[in-house]
Design a protein around this ligand. Structure first.
Ligand SMILES: NC(=O)c1ccc[n+]([C@@H]2O[C@H](COP(=O)([O-])OP(=O)(O)OC[C@H]3O[C@@H](n4cnc5c(N)ncnc54)[C@H](OP(=O)(O)O)[C@@H]3O)[C@@H](O)[C@H]2O)c1
Length: 273
């Protein structure tokens, strides 16, 4: 698997998003993803499925060293003590002594960077995670986080797909040497049926979802599509065996005029426009 390198982290470019996959059916779906070939699994304390992820990893028989596991701490747990408790619980549920990547799930304006980023740094120093990073940080928030951190932040996990212009925050993140991890890389099911993506897909014998994932990976962006269905997991995994032409890349980039932001909860920061 191709990796994206950032500050020493080697992040498999196609990962699996496990949100919504819970209980027996979720455990089976995560196991199916690992059997399909995914080695990068994205979870979060908030998803309530770290136990299922841990169980699926054990059931798969895949060696821990061959997997890249990401988890996240919620925005309401960013004060030092809460942060440590949340991470301890995540590691217990996953049943691992260390994750590969630990992220702040959402920024929290009530908690200063020194405290939240400080807690993230401490987790790395204590060996509870190999690498650290953030999600949903804007250009301004990145500036504050970078000023507060002693350890490198290896990624900014943000919503990226063809229907949203994220160029400003992508440029700022890359300016700090951070990888971009795209969540909702198929715009939560809005990609299938788009005429441009369908047409480009047909030209390559691929689906619209595969085209969206290729458009991202061809820009060196890590993708973490999620699906509970084995056939879609396979579809979303098989995206590195074709290339889009520069004209196709440009045509897909122009779809940003749709301005679709799928994830915008109450705790969201003021987004870069
Ligand atoms: N850091 C954050 O704040 C944040 C926010 C949101 C998400 N995430 C992460 O990003 C991951 C992916 O995001 P997401 O799940 O919201 O969006 P997504 O991956 O863009 O889309 C997932 C949705 O599309 C469907 N789907 C998947 N593959 C498909 C395909 N090939 N054709 C048609 N439909 C397909 C899935 O349904 P089925 O299951 O029925 O296939 C599911 O409803 C999450 O699992 C999570 O790990 C992070």
């Amino acid at each position: 698997m191709e990796v994206v390198e950032a500050h020493g982290a080697k992040i498999p470019i196609v990962g699996f998003g496990s949100m919504r996959l819970k209980e027996d059916a979720g455990r089976e779906a995560i196991l199916s993803a690992i059997r399909t070939g995914y080695r990068h699994i994205d979870t979060a304390a908030f998803y309530g499925n770290e136990k299922e992820v841990g169980d699926a990893i054990k059931a798969s028989g895949v060696k821990r060293g061959d997997l890249f596991i990401t988890t996240k701490v919620r925005d309401n747990n960013l004060k030092a003590d809460d942060f440590a408790r949340s991470l301890d619980n995540s590691l217990k549920l996953l049943d691992v002594p260390q994750v590969d990547l630990l992220l702040i799930h959402w920024p929290n304006a009530q908690v200063p960077h020194a405290e939240s980023i400080g807690a993230l740094n401490k987790a790395k120093r204590e060996g509870l995670t190999k690498h650290i990073g953030v999600c949903n940080y804007t250009v301004e928030l990145l500036k504050g986080a970078q000023a507060a951190t002693k350890e490198p932040l290896v990624t900014n996990q943000i919503e990226v797909h063809p229907f949203l212009d994220q160029s400003k925050v992508i440029e700022a993140s890359r300016g700090y040497g951070m990888a971009i991890t795209a969540y909702c890389p198929i715009a939560r099911g809005r990609v299938p049926g788009n005429p441009v993506l369908e047409r480009v897909g047909k030209a390559h014998g691929k689906t619209a979802s595969q085209v969206s994932l290729r458009w991202l990976t061809q820009q060196g962006i890590v993708v973490i599509p999620g699906s509970g269905k084995p056939e879609r997991q396979k579809e979303n995994f098989e995206v590195l065996d074709f290339s889009l032409t520069p004209a196709e890349m440009d045509e897909i980039t122009a779809l940003k005029s749709a301005h679709v932001r799928v994830v915008n909860p109450p705790q969201a920061p003021k987004w870069d426009v």
